[in-house]
Design a protein around this ligand. Sequence first.
Ligand code: TXA
Ligand code: MG
Length: 340
Amino acid sequence: MQTRIIKVNSKNPNLSQIKQAAKTIRSGGLIVFPTETVYGIGANALDSKAVKKIFDTKGRPADNPLIVHISDVADLGILADNIPKIAFDLIGKFWPGPLTIVLKKSRIVPKITTGGLDTVAIRMPKNKIALELISHCGTPIAAPSANVAGRPSPTRAQHVIDDLSGKVGIILDGGPARIGIESTVIDLSTKTPMLLRPGGITLEQLQKVLGKIAIHPIIHGRKTKTIHRSPGMKYRHYSPMAKIILIEGPKLKVSKKISQLLQLYKRQGLRVGILGTNIKSDMTITQKNQEQIAANLFRSFREFDAKKIDIILAQGTSRKGLGMGIMNRLDKAAYRKINV
Ligand code: TXA
Ligand code: MG
């Protein structure tokens, strides 16, 4: 299959380009499109055959459910049943944006889309190209990140080309994704809301609206009997090919450890990359720093791979705010962790 890359202006998308892509989705095909978090590979969420193509193209395990993207809150009622009031509180505050909510699914949503679960994950992305595409399709779009399963999520069209060239017909190139890590996933299908994946909207932001939120144990790396509630988290995602050594602790000690290990591995003839923040030891990490780290994280993974780096020495960051999502990605990608 020939892959066509169509550059689209993300502020003012050309509607004939969007309409062409929408037609492909309506006729059961796949389209790669940008969102504010990462690029997605989408199909008509209500068409089992089309959704199956996503799983095949990515090599994604069938029990890992997809997020359904909508452009109009009215579509929520079509996709989900028993929607609690708190869902609307969150939607009012964070949609469009990097928040995915899990609700009881309606009968219209095929099981293949939800990985066999009786719940459905839904979000409204904050990206004009994505929103126009969904609204022109007239159908919700199921879309996971547009990487080959196990690779870091793509934050630029080039990353998608590197992974899926020849496997997908059209890539809409809307430039670099602004946020750079995936959406936050929160489960509202049970009594107490549960955070399933930290991401672009922070736990602190959610707590301000909801009060108490349970945190799925796997986020803290603990084994759990409730893994079925967050199927995607059990897979070791986000990984570059290089081995990541994650180093956490006081800034000065971390830098010292990094220089030590750098010397050691270099002597062994290995190619070593350093993933740090360039923040001076006496400075605290600001929200702006964290936004930059998130925006560049997956791109750095891929650049290290392109340079055939063997080992990445990664400096840990605060686990507060956006740091929870950043550290979750690093935790999952890490081959070894060191606390100094
Ligand atoms: O930012 C994002 O969310 C991006 C863009 C493209 O929207 N999408 C994305 O999709 O990251 P994906 O497939 O890579 O991750 C979806 C996550 C997985 O961890 C999956 O287990 C979880 O959402 N998920 C989907 N449906 C679920 C459900 N019904 N119950 C629990 N978790 C669900
Ligand atoms: Mg993914």
